[in-house]
Design a binder for this molecule. Structure first.
Ligand code: SAH
Length: 373
């Protein structure tokens, strides 16, 4: 009997916008230099104006046309009639007392939807964690972002504007050097918008973030991983594995029923071979669920010989999921030791945001609940 494979239901166009008007105007963030040039040359402006506008939007994070002083006044006025520079605004923020981590809740101006982003200071510089969808429909058992389901995909502009707004918070001369697409949402379910956003984040005339410093994290959408391997972009792929076998992984991550462990691992192998880039395997540790030494050994055998690095993430507790607890340091150390004994390159993620609800969607959930009354 032919095996029928389930697929993720296709999102209706209304939940998969390419661009969304803000107060009836076109947001310019999210447009490439070429797209800006097309708009301006239609108005009879010289092509170099697009470069100036691009810098105002992506480098300086301008929120008003009036301040774009190297553009002629008439052009600024004309732009203000039909366009807006940005498409998101800060709703609130939470700062960690002990780490240089700030979590932002951004309001998307088109419809008021809320997304979380995190700005983190490391010894190697600043990194930004961006959301790619409002909510999420992956349904992972341990994750707060998926509790309310998926609202919609973010537009390219909405993804990039999170970075622009956080960049503006940094002291003069400092910049965001790394971006991780690990906020709410599944980036490979919003493939086209995410790829456009990555190219815009990289543009040397804008935020200028090196492709090698951009990490895309996926729950394991195999067709998307294959498609990404063919793009020829030297970004880092991270795959949320969280379990070495189907029985456990399907319980934690329903998406495993569509693309089981063997297929995810095969796609990771293909990605590493095609791109020559080491893939990060993310493995959150949940006490007594997936953190035993036996599972560590099973994981090590699964990944043996592959160009991968395992990032162990002691889970951030989620209020709605009290049955899932973070293991103590001893269990974490033991799991890491087993992997290392098998020769698997392993790190344990430093705790950045636990104290400020940086754990994936918790700040947004609290605010959304409050608004619903
Ligand atoms: N959908 C993508 C990217 C967003 S989630 C993905 O699944 O990779 C980013 C990472 O945070 C994933 O590895 C996810 O499994 C992890 N995560 C989700 N909830 C978490 C929690 N409570 N504690 C720690 N990590 C969590």
């Amino acid at each position: 009997m032919p095996q029928t494979r389930m697929e993720l239901p296709v999102l209706p166009a209304s939940r998969n916008p390419r661009e969304l008007p803000v107060d009836g105007k076109v947001p310019l963030v999210g447009k490439t230099r070429e797209e800006l040039a097309a708009l301006l040359t239609e108005w009879g402006e010289p092509a170099y104006r697009a470069t100036q506008l691009f810098q105002w939007i992506y480098q300086k994070g301008a929120r008003e046309f009036s301040g774009m002083t190297n553009l002629p006044l008439a052009l600024r006025q004309r732009l203000a009639e039909v366009a807006v520079p940005g498409c998101a605004a800060e709703e609130m923020r939470q700062r960690a007392a002990t780490t240089r981590t700030t979590k932002f809740l951004f309001r998307l101006l088109a419809d008021g939807a809320l997304v979380e982003s995190v700005l983190m200071g490391h010894n190697y510089g600043w990194s930004a964690c961006l959301s790619t969808q409002v909510g999420c429909r992956m349904g992972c058992a341990f994750c707060a972002s998926t509790l309310g389901g998926l609202v919609r995909n973010l537009t390219p502009g909405e993804i990039v504007d999170q970075a622009i707004l956080m960049q503006k918070e940094l002291p003069p001369g400092q910049r965001i050097g790394h971006v991780v697409l690990m906020g709410s949402g599944e980036p490979l379910e919003n493939y086209d918008n995410v790829l456009k956003a990555i190219r815009l984040l990289h543009d040397p005339g804008g935020l200028n973030i090196g492709y090698r410093h951009i990490t895309l994290s996926t729950a394991g959408l195999v067709p998307g991983i294959r498609r990404l391997a063919a793009e020829g972009l030297p970004i880092t792929l991270a795959v949320s594995l969280h379990a070495p076998n189907d029985e456990l992984r399907s319980r934690l991550m329903p998406v495993n029923r569509l693309w089981p462990v063997a297929e995810v691992v095969a796609a990771v192998r293909e990605y590493a071979e095609r791109t020559g880039r080491r893939v990060t395997i993310e493995y959150i540790l949940i006490e007594a669920v997936n953190d035993t030494p036996e599972l560590a050994a099973e994981l090590a055998r699964l990944l043996a010989g592959m160009l991968v690095h395992v990032n162990l993430i002691p889970m951030n507790p989620v209020a709605e999921r009290p049955q899932f607890r973070r293991p103590g340091p001893e269990r974490v150390r033991r799991f890491a030791e087993v992997l290392e004994r098998y020769g698997i390159s392993t790190t344990v993620r430093r705790e950045m945001g636990g104290e400020i609800e940086a754990a994936c969607g918790q700040l947004r959930n609290r605010v959304v609940r409050r608004h619903r009354g």
